[in-house]
Ligand binder design. Structure first.
Ligand code: ASP
Length: 304
């Protein structure tokens, strides 16, 4: 399963834009399935899918990341392997084309789970990851979006509603979850965060248990939404806990998790979930969430 953010999605006004989003998801889902067909693991598949989503400027991650209050890109990403709960994350990184790949390296090549800012950049250098130039990240749309947020004195999310007083916003983070034929689960989430955020603000996406979680015994989860609310409810781990403690499947655990998010903090956003039997589920409190799923031998499903 993959997602490309939740929210009002007012920016998807015409069929052409909708097709653009859905075609991207379709192509990336096919790619993820192909990896597993060729013997790749769930972990390899989610990393590859997340990296492709980061490479597409319509999504708020990698080259399409939103801008912070200083007009700069600061990205967060994480990846988790459900086989042994190993995880890697980076936060507040700049000039990295694929933060999810750096997160994977933190997981496999360092003794840590999370590296941030300058330390993460130094680690990238140590791993031989080249820096992407500033202009790789700045699209006209992102500059206009920041100007709009500044004008409204608002911190906004990527797929934010264009209506002045709307509460429904878009959180354009990307994510992927997978279960491979061996029954292994993995999850990845990557984001530019929220528009006009404070310098140094870190959201839920790189926080293990908040924006991402995977455990072979329960589920793989990737979240998108207002990060602060997702951190306070540790939403991804909460969904896994529902599955574990109440023997719920993906759909039941997702429903319970979304209820919890709404009741506790009136949280805005959504999640994609796969359980250890391969059941897929999605849930969101916003008007829409761009997401899709694909099964072994089945057709691709993509929707808002
Ligand atoms: N969850 C992300 C954050 O708060 C935003 C998003 O999902 O678009 O940084």
């Amino acid at each position: 399963m993959v997602h490309g953010g939740a929210g009002a999605l007012d920016n998807v006004k015409d069929d052409k834009t909708a097709v653009r989003y859905l075609e991207a998801l379709r192509r990336i889902l096919e790619h993820g399935r192909e990896i597993m067909k060729l013997g790749g693991s769930a972990l390899q598949s989610v990393e590859a899918c997340a990296a492709l989503l980061e490479d597409d400027p319509v999504f708020n991650a990698g080259c399409g990341s939103v801008l912070n209050e200083n007009g700069k890109v600061e990205m967060d990403a994480a990846i988790m392997d459900g086989r042994d709960l190993s995880a890697g994350a980076v936060a507040a990184v700049s000039n990295i084309a694929n933060p999810v790949q750096l997160a994977r390296l933190v997981m496999t090549k360092s003794e840590h789970v999370m590296l941030i800012s300058d330390g993460a950049m130094q680690f990238a250098k140590h791993c031989g990851i080249g820096l992407a130039p500033e202009n790789y990240f700045y699209t006209q749309d992102r500059i206009a979006q920041l100007e709009d947020a500044r004008r409204k004195h608002k911190i906004m999310l990527d797929h934010d509603s264009t209506e002045e007083d709307s509460e429904d916003q878009k959180y354009g983070t990307i994510g992927a979850v997978a279960r491979d034929p061996q029954g292994n689960l993995a999850a990845a989430t990557s984001t530019g965060g929220i528009v006009n955020k404070r310098l140094g603000r870190v959201g839920d996406s790189p926080i293990i248990g908040a924006g991402v979680y995977a455990d072979n015994e329960t589920c793989a989860v990737s979240a998108t939404g207002y990060g602060e609310e997702f951190m306070r409810t540790v939403i991804s781990k909460t969904i896994c806990d529902f599955a574990y403690m109440k023997s719920m499947d993906a759909e039941q655990a997702t429903k319970a998790g979304i209820e919890y998010l709404k009741n506790k903090v009136n949280g805005r956003g959504g999640v994609i979930v796969i359980d250890n039997e391969g059941n897929c589920a999605s849930g969101f409190t916003t008007k829409k969430m761009i997401h899709g799923w694909i099964e072994h031998g089945g057709k691709v499903n993509v929707r808002f």
